[in-house]
Design a protein around this ligand. Structure first.
Ligand code: NAD
Length: 443
């Protein structure tokens, strides 16, 4: 069965998907809670609500995005009409991570379906309740040959990767991203890789520290720090540190109370393996707030760490949890030294009221995307591309770009027959060379 060219079939399928998601929204929220105590507010904001809004936007714009797009002709081809046709790739594989297990599975699916593809979706095995509800939703919303879900872990994923696909969209770690890229290379399959990295958060002496602390606490401890674009470490001007730490302590207590373990608004680490990984990064003597842990509950408190050694365990890899190292710098060149030690991150944040410094920081470093004076929120603007660079990923999506990445863009020239200029045809006389040079000069 082909879903290829029929826009109204795609649109109907998306409307159905939206209705099924709305019908099961409470179950999704419960599944997320069972998987890692994700607070219901965060589930609506970052999973169900976000996904429904993506669906609405896609349904509203699908005709516009799918339309054949006329472009200006080239003088070399005169007379002609030139246009771009967006063609579905065909069979698409989507592999999703566990940290936003619903959104990061369903949003690429929405775009792949909108662009006219058949989709196989593999959710993460580490959030089994969410994986099960994704399976239920997809089975209710789609015909099996249009979209199907394959549950399972690395083995299931590798079996899928051994097959031939027309496009692979992967969200997850750098290590598995490399496995996906290798498998894709076998068939020259185009890919999007949405990966991670160590995201710096720079604070200079002109920053509004109180507001910075509030926005960093939100962006870092949302989802218990298990966010690919969460600030990974703070780089703060030496003289500002103690004030900043006071503001951070205050904001953490305001958000999660004296004992964050009792807060209904603070999620858990996804499993014991990740809990151990995080705990092994924490050097107790450097903890300046938090540090409490409970393996039974996969709990780690929002934790601030005083760090002055970039060779320490916590500065070796992406943290991906509620631990926040704070590093000080005296001079700007130290910032460069630290950032350049790592691969290009997925996000970078700069807090500063000095426009020149903020601009220079944004232009100086290569990273996926980011914010000036805030964290995470660049993710929410559908007009901004979202993706990494270098080790943090290949390709970007969101909004129309999501539709576009799941489409092959075919360039077509429709040549007019009423005129056929002779100069491109052999024999190539000297006269023709000089005419060609003139035309190329005009273009
Ligand atoms: P992961 O790479 O361990 O797993 C992602 C997916 O790959 C899962 O579906 C998993 O089953 C599968 N997988 C695991 N091992 C595999 C293997 N050996 N071969 C084939 N498939 C395999 O990532 P994760 O732990 O689920 O997610 C965390 C990582 O994802 C972090 O690094 C984070 O930064 C990144 N991430 C990136 C984005 C983004 O948009 N760029 C979003 C969320 C998470």
């Amino acid at each position: 069965m082909s879903y290829k060219l029929n826009i109204s079939t795609r649109k109907d399928a998306l409307i159905k998907l939206m209705n099924v998601i709305i019908k099961h929204e409470n179950e999704i929220i419960q599944a997320l809670y069972q998987d890692f105590k994700k607070p219901p507010f965060e589930s609506v904001a970052t999973e169900t609500g976000y996904t429904i809004s993506e669906l609405k936007d896609t349904i509203r714009n699908i005709e516009k995005w799918a339309k054949i797009k006329k472009v200006g002709p080239s003088l070399l081809n005169f007379p002609s009409t030139d246009y771009i046709v967006k063609e579905p790739y065909g069979k698409v594989l989507i592999i999703a991570p566990w940290n936003y297990p619903f959104q990061l599975a369903i949003c690429p699916l929405i775009a792949a379906v909108a662009a006219g593809n058949q989709v196989t979706l593999k959710p993460s095995e580490l959030t089994p309740k969410t994986s099960a509800i994704i399976l239920k939703i997809v089975e209710e919303a789609f015909q099996h040959q249009h979209v199907k879900v394959v549950e399972g872990g690395a083995e299931a994923s590798q079996k899928l990767l051994a097959q031939r696909w027309d496009y692979i969209f992967f969200t997850g770690s750098v290590a598995v991203g490399k496995i996906v890229a290798k498998a894709a290379a076998e068939h020259l399959t185009p890919i999007t890789l949405e990966l991670g990295g160590k995201n710096p958060c720079i604070i200079d002496e002109t920053a509004n520290l109180k507001l910075a602390a509030k926005r960093i606490v939100w962006g870092k401890f949302l989802n218990a720090g298990q966010t690919c674009i969460a600030p990974d470490y703070i780089l703060i001007q030496e003289g500002m540190k103690s004030h900043f730490v006071d503001f951070m302590k205050n904001e953490i207590t305001k958000a999660f109370g004296e004992n964050p373990k009792e807060s209904p608004d603070f999620a858990r680490i996804v499993n014991e393996k990740n809990w151990h990984r995080l705990v092994s990064m924490m050097e107790t003597k450097k903890v300046i707030m938090g540090g409490e842990t409970d393996v039974e509950d996969c709990y780690i408190a929002p934790t601030l760490i005083e760090e002055n050694n970039i060779d320490s365990a916590i500065m070796q890899e992406e943290i991906f949890g509620p631990l926040l190292p704070i590093i000080t710098y005296k001079e700007e060149k130290e910032i460069t030294k630290i950032i350049s030690k790592y691969e290009k991150p997925l996000a970078l944040y700069v807090f500063s009221d000095d426009k020149k410094f903020a601009r220079k920081t944004i232009l100086n470093y290569s990273f996926g995307g980011g914010c000036v004076n805030d964290t995470l929120i660049h993710f929410t603007n559908k007009k901004l591309p979202f993706g990494g660079v270098g080790h943090s990923g290949i390709g970007a999506y969101h909004g129309q770009l999501s539709f576009d990445i799941f489409s092959h863009h075919k360039g077509i020239v429709k040549k007019g027959n009423w005129l056929d200029l002779n100069f491109r045809y052999a024999p190539y006389t000297n006269n023709k060379i000089s005419t060609l040079k003139k035309i190329l000069n005009w273009l």
